[in-house]
Design a protein around this ligand. Sequence first.
Ligand code: URA
Length: 217
Amino acid sequence: MSHKVHLIDHPLIQHKLTLMRQKNTAAAEFRRLLKEISLLVGYEATRDLAMTTKVIDTPLEAMEAPILAGKKMCFFSILRAGEGLLSGLEELVPSARIGHVGLYRDPVTLEAIEYYFKAPADLEQRLCIVVDPMLATGHSASAALTRIKGAGAKNIRFICLLAAPDGIQTLKEDHPDVPIYTASLDRECNEKGYILPGLGDAGDRLFGTRSGSIKKK
Ligand code: URA
């Protein structure tokens, strides 16, 4: 099966991403920029949604107007940094259901371990868009996708902000049916699983839960 990676490198996205990467960008600004980028990436990731038409009355005449075919959607946030991408998507498609997957990385093996999962019951009927800003080693994303498929999802897309080659390779091997939408293809992961050049710990930067340099970790 072909594995598609869509690089969404619109000038507005690149500019906002540069602001986000800078280490002195405050949490409030980081959150605002991530939300803005999620609107732009979400717009591209939903570009091929199925359409139908319905007859409506404009103030001047009747017309057959395009509307979404009514295919149901579910956004999945991989906790906790996924919440930052979710905020824009929720605004794009207010009727979408929201699922959550909680995973933490084992500090030694970097493997993903699940601590929370909640999803709507009818996942097989929905287009599921799974979001996590950082596709680093791909272990968390792959585990989340496996879990979401296990809950019934059949039609899945993955949105991130930054993707490293390792993460893309992991998803290509484990989930070749899931297209990836990313705002940047970064160089590599370091030995601690951080993306380089990256932007640091997305969750901490989003929620302001850590100050100082990532190197001290
Ligand atoms: N998760 C993060 O928050 N940052 C990285 O660089 C990699 C994974």
